[in-house]
Design a protein around this ligand. Structure first.
Ligand code: GLU
Ligand code: MG
Length: 458
């Protein structure tokens, strides 16, 4: 956006009672980080950004800075956080503030190797260069508690209500919050497909209308801000972590994607149970399946992410795909005459709030594009839960468990040159250092303590 636009915007905001603009990005733990600038400085900040430490790339989940990665091993260094004003919005739930997603650039204005948004931009451009467009949308699950829920590591906050899953009575307990949330999301430019009381105690799910991938990732951050603000207004607190408790169902942030050429959805199908997408659409699905183990290390990267991926929880645990199979990490959602071609997509369930949405989406697109290119055949769908099969039956169908430990996860990622190349050596080095720091922190702790420490981080 031109300087003059930012100046006009600043005047407009000031006249409308807005005092500051919060510029947000996400770190390698999926944790949003931000800087807030007074509106008067927006024209300057839109050009030059605000200074932030290079060390944000090596913050771990617990705000510890790891100096283990040699590329970012000293406290010296600064980069600029530049708002992308295309994603700018006033915040309906926080009337004195506006919001914009940020990119991190070097002080000379050149790209910074550790900027996650640039990683996604590069993949969107790679798709466009082949005449392909990607549509993406998030589903976000979260658990509501009382606003004064203990923030300590050990205490167990209670869910805000207990009621039948998917029941309107459940949402009645948080009626004013839900009403304001929908109003705020609409005002903030986040179109919602639907919202419901999910399976877990006081668990809510919100699904966002598909858009281009960068907008989808931006909206995932903006939606968190909007939910947190509405929850606070109503004396509630929202937990986005992969697990609220070790035992209950987790919070999945599933990503739906479809790939399009010349206005045609390559994943479209007629809706018949045996129907398959076009060869290119099948290649997209096959590519996601092929790279799933490495992809999961980016899309569900935290220690609680690994614990969330259990059979029988609709969160996925094994490497396979299915047609409308809720246990599959890759669920092919069919289109039909009723629903239209637009509807067909692939849902990735191995995804949660601890993923950086830009890196996750970038890696997902790279895997899908490569599959489309290589014409990867996803094979036959599996319509059951392989978690209930014997080890032998799983082996016979080639169904393997997704990584369950940080060590397996790192091995899966580093073995996959296609996805490590998406991050590049430097970002990969920082990302792995952060994962190792988290793993070391968790090594001697119980799952309950680990879950508690992650509960309010996102
Ligand atoms: N809560 C489940 C998860 O951890 C997802 C449930 C569903 O919407 O299918 O991903
Ligand atoms: Mg759900």
């Amino acid at each position: 956006m031109e300087m003059v636009d930012a100046a006009a915007l600043a005047l407009d905001l000031a006249a409308g009672g807005v005092a500051g603009v919060t510029i947000t990005w996400a770190d390698n733990n999926g944790i949003p980080r931000s800087r807030t600038v007074p509106v008067a400085s927006l024209p300057q900040v839109a050009q030059r950004g605000v200074g932030v430490s290079t060390l944000f790339a090596v913050f771990d989940t617990h705000d510890n800075i790891t100096y283990a990665y040699e590329g970012l091993s000293t406290p010296a260094g600064d980069v600029r956080l530049v708002p992308d004003l295309r994603g700018f919005t006033r915040l309906s739930g926080q009337p004195a503030l506006a919001w914009a997603p940020g990119r991190l650039v070097s002080v000379d204005g050149s790209p910074w190797a550790y900027d996650p948004r640039s990683v996604l931009e590069a993949q969107v451009q790679a798709a466009a260069a082949e005449g392909l467009q990607i549509k993406a949308g998030y589903e976000m699950e979260f658990v509501l508690t009382a606003g004064d829920a203990d923030v300590g590591d050990i205490a167990q906050p209670q869910p805000a209500y207990r009621a039948p899953a998917y029941s309107p009575h459940a949402l009645l307990a948080v009626d004013e919050f839900i009403g304001d949330l929908l109003t705020d999301l609409a005002a903030n430019g986040v179109p919602v497909n639907q919202l419901h009381a999910e399976y877990g105690p006081a668990q809510v799910e919100l699904s966002i209308v598909a858009s281009d991938p960068i907008t989808a990732a931006d909206r995932q951050l903006l939606t968190r801000q909007t939910i947190h603000a509405a929850a606070r207004t109503h004396g509630l607190r929202a937990c986005f972590a992969p697990l609220f408790t070790a035992a209950d169902v987790g919070n999945g942030w599933h990503v739906h994607t479809s790939v399009w050429r010349d206005g045609r959805n390559l994943l479209a199908s007629s809706g018949a149970p045996t129907d398959r997408p076009s060869p290119e659409g099948a290649g997209w699905l096959g590519g996601l399946l092929r790279d799933l183990r490495a992809l999961a290390a980016i899309t569900a990267p935290s220690v609680p992410s690994l614990a969330r991926l259990r059979p029988g929880y609709f969160s996925s645990a094994y490497q396979f795909w299915g047609v409308e199979n809720r246990e599959a990490p890759l669920r092919y959602v069919v289109g039909s005459e009723l629903l239209g071609a637009d509807h067909a997509n692939v849902e990735l369930k191995v995804s949660d709030a601890s993923a950086n949405p830009y890196l996750a989406m970038g890696a997902l697109i790279a895997a899908g594009l490569a599959g489309l290119h290589d014409g990867v055949d996803p094979g036959e769908p599996i319509q059951a839960d392989p978690g209930g099969w014997s080890e032998r039956d799983r082996a016979a169908r080639g169904v393997v468990r997704l990584p369950t430990t940080p060590a397996e996860q790192e091995e899966a990622l580093t073995a996959n040159k296609r996805l490590t190349a998406v991050l590049g050596d430097q970002l990969l080095g920082a990302f792995l250092a952060v994962r190792r720091s988290d793993a070391a922190w968790a090594a001697d702790r119980s799952l309950d303590d680990i879950v508690a420490a992650h509960r309010w981080r996102y």
